[in-house]
Write a protein of this length. Structure first.
Length: 394
């Protein structure tokens, strides 16, 4: 990623002032084509004072005034999302026509980092850990879906990008949902999404969003935003994340050639907001063919309560799913508090499991590969060390 720099240096050396704050970008936290670029930065008042670690997210799809407006929209939207399981947004910053969303740098790791670490040491996350994470995210989504604007009007917000790189596992066991930059909402004055741009994460997208091309609704103006799009789309995405945690593999990676002969459904001009390992039409076809039988087959070795939860969350039609994220949360918490448990699995237990896993994965002699996208969560192998990259590691 190319960023402007007063000194002509790399992004990791960039220092600039914006909105009364002095920012100094230390290094990339995430720099990968499949995920949002995140930069670890320090921030202090321009007139002096203590430093605070923050994360800067460049708005990369737009330029100039539109990029600044997008960043300000996310900040404005965040004011309606006050919840312990939603990562706070601190504000926005601008430098040389590049707009950034400024986010709090909580101590912890992304869920994807945890999942990658588990795979690297041939472990699976426990059923309780996966259910706890999903329940906490469902609680955050329930709050977001019921959010209202400053005048009390419902925002009808849909996150659209629920996935392992938007879920943060704190060092204290707290789970937080991040990045509402791709969210659909009815916030007044929002910039419309271009009609050929698929917002969110195509790897975890709900089928009703994709069906806009195959069977558009009457009066549907945007083929990628169904007229009745609502929070049930996020329930489907969270169901896929839960299944991936439990299986230790991406659920839509087929074990056979089931989807190879499906005809192309997406016109070539449609592009995803983020790149992905598989072509967009391949992902779309897999989602559209991931029905109850496929879910049952994937989950057949899981406990019966989790099978029922997954079957409900991953129904192809929204009317057959949980009608609210709160309903999914309640059933997950009932599983966590089942009678045979001495006490419900919670933040303390999540902290212990995550720390034990990363302690094991940090032994580089046992780590045969380094697949983790997030920088700094494990010691870097010698050939991946960045100059100055350990200055602000957890």
């Amino acid at each position: 990623m190319s960023q402007p720099s007063d000194s002509g240096g790399s992004p990791s050396q960039l220092t600039f002032e914006s909105g009364g704050y002095l920012y100094s970008i230390q290094r990339p936290l995430v720099s990968h084509p499949d995920y949002d670029t995140l930069l670890l930065s320090s921030r202090q008042l321009a007139k002096g004072g203590p430093f605070k670690l923050v994360v800067l997210k460049p708005v990369l799809l737009e330029h100039g005034r539109e990029a600044r407006t997008r960043a300000m929209e996310e900040v404005r939207l965040s004011k309606s999302l006050r919840h312990r399981n939603i990562a706070p947004v601190l504000g926005s910053a601008v430098h040389h026509e590049v707009a950034y969303v400024v986010m709090d740098m909580g101590h912890g790791r992304f869920l994807l980092s945890l999942m990658d670490a588990a795979v690297s040491v041939n472990r699976k996350l426990t059923h309780d850990f996966a259910a706890y994470v999903a329940a906490e995210v469902a609680d955050a989504l329930d709050c977001a879906h019921r959010a209202v604007d400053e005048e009390g009007r419902p925002l009808h917000l849909v996150h659209r990008a629920v996935g392992p790189m938007r879920i943060r596992v704190g060092d204290d066991g707290r789970i937080q949902l991040t990045n509402f930059g791709a969210a659909y909402s009815e916030l007044l004055g929002r910039i419309r999404t271009p009609p050929d741009l698929l917002r969110g994460d195509p790897a975890y997208i709900a089928p009703e969003i994709l069906l806009g091309f195959c069977k558009p609704e009457a009066s549907q103006t945007d083929p990628l935003t169904p007229r009745k799009l609502d929070g049930r789309a996020d329930v489907f995405s969270l169901g896929l994340v839960l299944l991936e945690m439990l299986l230790a593999r991406y659920p839509l990676d087929p074990p056979d050639t089931l989807w190879l002969d499906v005809e192309r459904r997406f016109p070539p001009e449609v592009r995803g907001e983020r790149s992905s390992l598989l072509p967009l039409e391949t992902l779309a076809n897999r989602v559209l063919h991931f029905g109850p039988e496929e879910v049952q087959r994937a989950a057949e070795e899981l406990p019966a309560p989790l099978q029922r939860i997954l079957s409900k969350a991953l129904r192809p039609h929204p009317d057959e799913r949980y009608q609210t994220a709160g309903q999914m949360r309640d059933e997950l918490r009932a599983f966590l508090g089942r009678p045979e448990q001495r006490k419900p699995f919670g933040a303390k237990e999540a902290k212990a499991e995550a720390n034990a896993l990363f302690h094991q994965a940090s032994d580089l002699e046992r780590l045969g590969a380094y697949p983790i996208v997030e920088r700094g969560v494990l010691p870097l192998p010698p050939d991946m060390t960045l100059e100055g990259s350990d200055e602000f590691d957890d």
